[in-house]
Design a protein around this ligand. Structure first.
Ligand SMILES: [Zn+2]
Length: 320
């Protein structure tokens, strides 16, 4: 495989066992030291099409914010080249900033779930307030109902790995729940959504711009991949990075069956709890992406270049 780890890119917000590589995030199984592709890294193979419009949008916004500079640069070819180079990097900076904020919100939510203290974070705090509101509205008692927070899950059979944000026991008034009126869809019938009471697997999403109702097709596959993983790891810090001598089966337990799966969209002034049908079909679709991701990550095409045309060794003329 053409995968090299990028230890220098590791940061404190990386989930346990996660390893940055030149092919995106992998996890190092502490039991076998095998490198397992991450759930979101796999799904990225499917999402590549959506990235270009999102990058174009963020580049356009940056350009609007820097119009005087753009105008000045347009007058000189060298300045223009320089400006374009600068503009090209902006969406990545924006995305990294968003990812960093998301990681900080996840970290604080994890601390809340574990009843642990955390450093105040002004930028993350509005999202954390929305998280607290969700817990209150859905009657979640942290010590009674939260069964796991930010835990690494592994499927060694297929294999892949990921991080599951929250497992929580939820109680609903009935087998289905109505949609909040302001979010009722117009294009499709607004059926009540199945909400069986029991253990739910919940993934948090933070965004400063998207509505609390935003869902994407990759969410369903992500939830299914987490739901149908095999073992969850509850390792002490010594196991955090890669193969650990102290790791043993007491750090592992079977991933339970879930009554439901949902996305929890956290916004600065709101949240949306959206149950999604992360079933076997969604899992099969995710599994379909794994060979693609492995193939692409193993592909080395740098040595392939145009070849010279064959030398003409014959003097005989082609038939007229
Ligand atoms: Zn361990």
């Amino acid at each position: 495989m053409n995968i090299t780890t990028r230890e220098h890119e590791r940061d404190e917000y990386d989930p346990q066992h996660a390893v940055p590589t030149n092919r995106g995030r992998y996890y190092c199984d502490p039991a076998t030291s095998e490198m397992l592709i991450s759930v979101t890294n796999t799904i990225d193979q499917h999402m590549i099409e959506a990235l270009a419009p999102a990058a174009a949008r963020d580049t356009a916004i940056w350009l609007m914010d820097n119009l005087p500079d753009a105008n000045r640069a347009a007058a000189d070819p060298d300045d223009m080249q320089e400006f374009i180079k600068l503009a090209k990097g902006q969406y990545r900076l924006q995305w990294d900033k968003k990812a960093d904020l998301g990681s900080r919100v996840h970290d604080i939510a994890e601390a809340i779930n574990l009843g642990a203290p955390y450093f105040p974070d002004e930028e993350a705090e509005p999202f954390v307030d929305s998280y607290r509101k969700f817990l209150k509205d859905f009657g979640v008692d942290i010590s009674r109902d939260i069964k796991a927070a930010e835990c690494t899950v592994i499927n060694r059979t297929i294999p892949y790995a990921g991080t599951s944000d929250i497992w929580a026991n939820l109680r609903f008034g009935g087998p289905t729940s109505p949609i909040i009126p302001k979010f009722k869809p117009r294009a499709v019938p607004a059926d009540p959504i199945p909400t069986p009471s029991g253990l739910w697997l919940i993934d948090m999403k933070t965004s400063l711009t998207k509505p609390a109702s935003a869902v994407y097709d990759d969410y369903v596959m992500q939830l299914a991949a987490l739901r149908y993983s095999e073992v969850a790891l509850v390792c002490p810090p010594e196991c955090r990075y890669g193969a650990a001598e102290g790791h043993d089966s007491s750090h592992e337990f079977e991933v339970p069956e879930f009554a439901g799966t949902a996305i929890l969209n956290l916004r600065t002034n709101d949240y949306g709890f959206i149950p999604l049908p992360a079933d076997r079909t969604a899992f099969d679709a995710f599994c379909g992406l794994l060979p693609l991701a492995h193939y692409i990550h193993g592909l080395e095409l740098r040595g392939y270049k145009p070849v010279q045309p064959p030398k003409k060794t014959t003097t005989r003329k082609d038939a007229a």
